[in-house]
Design a protein around this ligand. Structure first.
Ligand SMILES: NC(=O)c1ccc[n+]([C@@H]2O[C@H](COP(=O)([O-])OP(=O)(O)OC[C@H]3O[C@@H](n4cnc5c(N)ncnc54)[C@H](O)[C@@H]3O)[C@@H](O)[C@H]2O)c1
Length: 255
C-alpha cells in the first residue's frame, strides 16, 4: 500500500494520534488508516516487536509513525506511554483505546477468577487508565474512540467476562463523553461484530462460514472496515457526535 498525495483531502491531517493494541488485527488496521488520513501515529502494544512492525508498515507506505511498548492494564505503563507521546508528538489530538482480550466461551461456574480479572483489567481498567491520561493531556480539543464490541450492547454467548467488560466500556464512553461535552473533547465507541483478524481467520473454515451465515450481510467484517468507522468518528465529519456506540456488525444486532 502507498499513500497518495492528497494532503488537502486528508481527514486527520497532521493530527497526533495514539493507538493501543496496535501490533495486530484491528489496531494495526486502525493505525494504518489514521496514517493514511495524515495523522502522525504513536503505535503501542504489549508486544514491542509487533508494534514496531506496524510502524514500519506505515513508514513504508509514506506515513509517519513510531512504536513503543505499553501494557494498558498497568497504570505506570500507561502513564509512561503518554509521557512518551508528549515527547515524540508534542501532545495528542486523537486516541484509540483498542487493546482488548476475550475469555473462552464456557459456563460461568467454570470461569476462574484469574481469567475474569485479566479480561476486565485489559478491556475495562485499561480503557479507563488510557482515557484518564488522554483527558489529562488533551486541552480544549480532541477526539477519542474506544473499541468496544457488539458484546458491549448484547450477550456474547458463554463469554461472561468479555460481555461484562465491554458493557463497561460502552458505559464509560457515555459517562466521559457527557463529562467532556462542553470541553471540546468527543468520546465515542466502535462496536464491531465478528472481524476477520488473523485470530478469527485461524478458526476452521466451517466455523467461519457459520459466523458469516449468522450475519445479515452474509460475511464477517474486514479490519479495514472497522478502521474506517474509527477514522469517521475521530474526524471533524463527526463533529456533533459524542457518546455513541457505533455498531459495525453487518446488521447482526437488529436481526
Ligand atoms: N476480532 C473481532 O472479531 C473483534 C470483535 C469485536 C471487538 N473486538 C475488539 O477489538 C479490539 C482488537 O481486537 P483484535 O481482534 O484486533 O485483537 P488481536 O488479538 O488481533 O490484537 C490485539 C493486540 O492487542 C495487544 N494486547 C493484548 N493485551 C494487551 C495489553 N494488556 N496492553 C496492550 N496491548 C495488548 C496484543 O499484543 C495484540 O497485538 C479488542 O478490544 C477486541 O475486544 C474484536
Amino acid at each position: 500500500m502507498t499513500f497518495t498525495d492528497k494532503e488537502s483531502h486528508m481527514l486527520l491531517n497532521a493530527k497526533r494520534a495514539v493507538v493501543t493494541g496496535a501490533g495486530a488485527g484491528i489496531g494495526r488496521a486502525i493505525s494504518l488508516s489514521l496514517a493514511e488520513e495524515g495523522a502522525r501515529v504513536l503505535v503501542s502494544d504489549l508486544d514491542e516487536g509487533a508494534a514496531t512492525r506496524t510502524a514500519e508498515l506505515i513508514t513504508a507506505a509514506g506515513g509517519t509513525a513510531s512504536a513503543t511498548v505499553c501494557d494498558v492494564a498497568d497504570e505506570a505503563s500507561v502513564v509512561a506511554l503518554f509521557d512518551h507521546a508528549a515527547r515524540v508528538l508534542g501532545g495528542i489530538d486523537l486516541a484509540v483505546n483498542n487493546a482488548g482480550i476475550a475469555d473462552h466461551p464456557g459456563d460461568i461456574v467454570d470461569l476462574d477468577v484469574e481469567t475474569w480479572d485479566r479480561v476486565v483489567s485489559v478491556d475495562l481498567r485499561g480503557t479507563f487508565l488510557c482515557l484518564r491520561e488522554e483527558l489529562r493531556r488533551m486541552s480544549g480539543s480532541g477526539s477519542i474512540v474506544n473499541i468496544a464490541s457488539n458484546a458491549g450492547l448484547k450477550n456474547a454467548p458463554g463469554m461472561a467476562a468479555y460481555t461484562a467488560a465491554k458493557h463497561g466500556v460502552v458505559g464509560l464512553t457515555k459517562n466521559v463523553a457527557l463529562q467532556y461535552a462542553r470541553r471540546g473533547i468527543r468520546v465515542n465507541a466502535v462496536c464491531p461484530g465478528t472481524v476477520g483478524t488473523e485470530g478469527i481467520r485461524s478458526f476452521p473454515a466451517e466455523l467461519q462460514q457459520q459466523w458469516s451465515d449468522m450475519i445479515p450481510m452474509g460475511r464477517i467484517a474486514s479490519p479495514e472496515e472497522v478502521a474506517r468507522s474509527v477514522v469517521f468518528l475521530l474526524s471533524d465529519q463527526a463533529a456533533f457526535v459524542t457518546g455513541v456506540p457505533l455498531l459495525v456488525d453487518g446488521g447482526l444486532m437488529y436481526d
